[in-house]
Design a protein around this ligand. Structure first.
Ligand code: NI
Ligand code: MN
Length: 223
């Protein structure tokens, strides 16, 4: 079965396969690069890498409106539990895998912080999304770390989505190494150029042996 991967701007992606529609880090309101409005995003599931506002974004309102299931770090689910039905929350932590109607969501290590208005939001994670027989690794926000090789070995992702904007995450030079270490045949850069604090020139993102697909917000490809 084929899947379609659409970049929504910043770190937000929509992955669809048949009737399954999964959003990763749906930050659309206040996102200057968002390709669509939060109220127009139809999803059955939302996957969150960590509780920073540029990732958790519109998760709460979208989940409420669409009755979507939210897969997120434990503390992020605790936070959302004040607003959402617990039956629609799937808490997890790095190393864990949660079976889903479309496949599974696994959580991985990331080297990054996570808080929201001073509230501890658990550890930041990367996620591995298995859907339609394909596997996507979204690294979330993270520094380069050598266990990205292990993530590649464990999950053999078809696509690696990597932050490249520097300052809060890897820059393009480190992200190129990350893409080589993960070893997915396709790498998609994200988390760059959204604001002046993030680099917008990512011409140094040139991993060897990996096809880079730089998407503009709203652009998609089929796998
Ligand atoms: Ni962050
Ligand atoms: Mn971020």
């Amino acid at each position: 079965m084929s899947i379609e991967l659409t970049f929504l701007g910043h770190s937000a992606f929509l992955i669809t396969s048949g009737d399954h529609r999964v959003a990763i880090d749906p930050f659309l309101t206040d996102n200057p690069t968002a390709s669509m409005k939060a109220e127009d995003l139809e999803v059955s599931a939302i996957v969150l890498t960590h509780g920073h506002p540029d990732h958790m974004g519109d998760a709460e309102s979208i989940a409420k409106k669409r009755l979507a299931t939210v897969y997120a770090p434990f503390e992020v689910c605790s936070y959302l539990g004040n607003q959402l039905d617990e039956a629609n929350l799937e808490p997890a932590n790095p190393g864990g895998r949660v079976d889903a109607p479309f496949g599974f969501v696994a959580f991985t290590q990331a080297v990054h912080s996570a808080s929201h208005d001073g509230r501890y939001m658990g550890v930041a994670s990367g996620i591995v999304l298995n859907i339609g027989g394909k596997t996507i690794y979204h690294a979330g926000d993270t520094a380069l770390f050598s266990d990205m090789k292990l993530i590649g070995e464990l999950y053999k992702p078809d696509v690696a989505i990597l932050p490249v904007g520097d300052r809060f995450t890897m820059g393009p030079e480190h992200a190129a190494i990350a893409a080589e270490w993960v070893g997915a045949p396709i790498a998609v850069p994200c988390h760059f150029g959204t604001w002046p604090l993030l680099r917008s020139d990512i011409s140094a993102f040139t991993p060897k042996g990996v096809e880079v697909r730089k998407l503009t917000p709203g652009q998609s490809f089929t796998l």
